[in-house]
Write a protein of this length. Structure first.
Length: 169
């Protein structure tokens, strides 16, 4: 019989060990071992799912950071292009230069504001996804604890039955 304080292994090995315990317990009629096997499988599946969601959230956050940096680089490239155009126009009349510069600066400000708003929206989405992943992991851990408690109750009931049979026999 295995120790109830053992932690199940992770990944495929944990699932295999859990399945082996479940099948072995069913074959020999040991409900406690079968329940422990099912619990280990459920725990490994819940942990794997939570890790996958966390990994997806990290990838989304990194992608958002890359996209935000790319947009900033595009704004910077646009700013450089606009400044070059401004230098080429310096030979023109002062009035035309002032009007053109004001128009370009306003356009640039609008683009920067739009990029910043988009980056903020993406960061909010990433934060929401991270919170969702953490919430899902907490729920999975809670489900695993509930399954563990049910297994412990089943073990206690089985022990009580064994004790009653020993007392009666």
């Amino acid at each position: 019989m295995s120790d109830t304080n053992d932690k199940p292994g992770g990944g495929l090995m944990g699932k295999i060990v859990g399945k082996a315990k479940e099948v072995g317990g069913e074959i020999v009629g040991n409900d406690e071992l079968a329940a422990e096997g099912r619990l280990e499988q459920a725990t490994v599946e819940a942990a794997t799912e939570a890790e996958q969601r966390e990994r997806a959230a990290r990838v989304a956050a990194e992608q958002a950071d890359v996209e935000s940096a790319l947009e900033r680089n595009q704004v910077d490239a646009e700013r450089v292009r606009l400044e070059q155009a401004q230098v080429e126009r310096e030979a023109q009349l002062e009035a035309e230069e002032a009007a053109e510069k004001a128009r370009l600066e306003q356009q640039l400000d609008h683009r920067e504001a739009a990029v910043e708003q988009q980056a903020a929206r993406e960061q909010q989405q990433v934060a929401k996804e991270e919170l969702d992943a953490m919430s899902e992991r907490a729920e999975a851990e809670q489900r695993a604890a509930q399954v563990e408690a049910e297994a412990e109750a089943a073990r206690a009931a089985a022990k009580a039955l064994d004790d009653a049979q020993e007392t009666a026999g």
